[in-house]
Design a binder for this molecule. Structure first.
Ligand code: PHE
Length: 339
């Protein structure tokens, strides 16, 4: 009887420490196998006196049953635990944000250029383009620019050859001349594109973008220019913004203006951004000079027109509060991604 008791205790101790199916198999053989401990106890039965046999037999049977029961339970427990740990290892948090592929997008300058083009397309303008390698004639002469004008200086303009007068255009205004020479009025065009100047600082790049505008017709006046620019400014910067024309000079327009937009940061009261003036300069403009009309063969008594030219980078800087123009061509994604 003691032996039965001890066998159970021993078994319980061993099963307690078993933590895998292989260990359970070993224990099962050790107790219930042909040469197992319980089987040995059973065999012992025949050696006992007759009156002890039933009780002993019952006890060994009970032992066998509980061992089987415990083994079964332990088996299930281990299978359950193994599954658990497998699931744990394979756990997926389906609520985590996915690893999205980032898409590229258009450069801010391309976007702003597109916005500018859209405003004028809405007004019925046509988009035309001209060459970036120009001649002195189209870039200066035909635009009524005197021989002595400082913009012609080697320090300002990239000349390709001073012999044949080829250069990188320093503005988009030569497209005015090319367009007028090619077609008859009325004309309503914008000419976007790259221009080149020997300049490099926080507000100047050696290559930047301009959008030229030219309208020629009968009775075109400064009022048309002002109305067009008001519409443009409100479309690009928002309905609350005002425009101001300040007298200026360009060889190819008369009168000429510098065009200002009311400061978006202080609302026109004056702040650091606008140099405490309440106004920001956004472009040059004016009425086409009669000398330019003569040059392209238009009768200045019959036709009048206005022209304007703006820097795309400058518009983008003002609209998106970018304080260094050199950020645009640097192409640092940390900068570009913000737009
Ligand atoms: N071409 C001038 C510039 O680059 C701008 C301008 C264009 C001025 C058309 C008047 C008319 O500064």
């Amino acid at each position: 009887m003691d032996e039965i008791e001890r066998t159970l205790e021993e078994f319980e101790h061993e099963i307690e420490n078993a933590d895998n199916l292989e260990a359970i198999k070993v224990i099962r053989v050790k107790y219930l196998g042909k040469k197992g401990k319980v089987t040995a106890l059973m065999r012992h039965l025949k050696d006992l006196p007759k009156e002890e046999k039933p009780i002993f037999g019952q006890k060994v049977n009970k032992l066998k049953n509980s061992i089987e029961e415990i083994l079964e339970k332990k088996h299930e427990e281990i299978i359950f635990k193994e599954k658990e740990s497998k699931f744990e290892k394979e756990r997926l948090d389906v609520t985590l944000p996915g690893a999205r592929k980032t898409l590229g997008h258009r450069h801010l300058i391309s976007r702003v250029l597109q916005e500018i083009e859209d405003v004028f397309l809405t007004l019925g303008y046509e988009i035309v383009e001209g060459p970036e390698i120009e001649t002195e004639y189209y870039n200066f002469d035909a635009l009524n620019t005197p021989e002595w004008h400082p913009a012609r200086d080697l320090h300002d303009t990239f000349y390709i050859s001073t012999k044949d007068g080829t250069l990188l255009r320093s503005h988009t205004s030569p497209v005015q001349v090319r367009t007028m020479k090619k077609s008859k009025p009325p004309i309503k065009i914008i000419a976007p594109g790259k221009v080149y100047r020997k300049d490099y600082d926080v507000t100047h790049l050696p290559m930047f973008h301009q959008v030229e505008g030219l309208v020629v017709g009968k009775g075109i006046s400064v009022a048309h220019l002002k109305g067009t620019l008001d519409y443009f400014v409100r479309s690009i910067f928002g309905p609350g913004r005002k425009t101001r024309l300040v007298p200026s000079f360009f060889p190819f327009t008369e009168p000429s203006f510098e065009v200002y937009v009311s400061c978006g940061i202080c609302g026109g009261k004056g702040c650091k951004s606008c140099g405490f003036t309440g106004w920001l300069e956004i472009m040059g403009a004016g009425m086409v000079d009669p000398n330019v009309f003569e040059e392209v063969g238009y009768d200045p008594e019959e036709w009048t027109g206005f022209a304007f030219g703006m820097g795309v980078e400058r518009i983008a800087m003002l609209k998106y509060n970018v304080d260094d123009i050199r950020l645009f061509p640097r192409n640092d994604v940390r900068f570009l991604e913000q737009f």
